[in-house]
Design a protein around this ligand. Structure first.
Ligand code: SF4
Ligand code: SF4
Length: 152
């Protein structure tokens, strides 16, 4: 993986709030159960057949599940927000269980990659955030939860 922002070892596992870089939604395609597919289809106001045709990968097969398709190298439901550093999930409130279970964390390569790619910031092994002053300032204005004691 290119651009992995921690030189030697990853920080200790620590849950953080998602800062919506979208990297995990670009790396993985979630699978949905039939019930989830029906629920999402209903919420989108389309039939299950149309949902499967438009949004799932028909080359993938596992009984009882469907795989969400990709578009431009990301989950088909990932979209841009007004701020290019943050992405949106078009079905966030009804996203599949696997997406709900995925938690952002300091130890996750995907989150660290997103931090570097979208913000030019890094996290050292002790979990402290570092990078150019201006970018740190912008990041903490939007995500003050990161906390003063995480910043070098
Ligand atoms: S459904 Fe939403 S949260 Fe899940 S991978 Fe797709 S864009 Fe990401
Ligand atoms: S990689 Fe981490 S920070 Fe980025 S969208 Fe996924 S969970 Fe959120």
């Amino acid at each position: 993986m290119e651009g992995f922002p921690v030189a030697d070892e990853a920080p200790e596992a620590k849950g953080i709030l998602c800062f919506r870089c979208g990297v995990c939604c670009m790396k993985y395609s979630p699978r949905v159960t039939t019930i989830e597919a029906e629920h999402i289809a209903e919420s989108l106001g389309i039939s299950l057949e149309t949902f499967l045709e438009r949004y799932t990968d028909d080359s993938w097969f596992e009984p009882g599940y469907y795989l969400l398709d990709t578009q431009d190298g990301a989950c088909v439901f990932l979209c841009e927000s007004e701020d290019p550093r943050m992405k949106l999930c078009r079905i966030h409130s009804i996203r599949p269980q696997v997406c709900r279970e995925w938690q952002a964390g300091l130890e996750k390569r995907e989150c660290l990659e997103g931090l570097q790619k979208c913000w030019g910031l890094m996290v050292d092994v002790s979990g402290k955030l570092s990078g150019p002053e201006e970018k740190l300032h912008e990041f903490l204005l939007i995500f003050p939860w990161w906390g003063d004691n995480s910043v070098t």
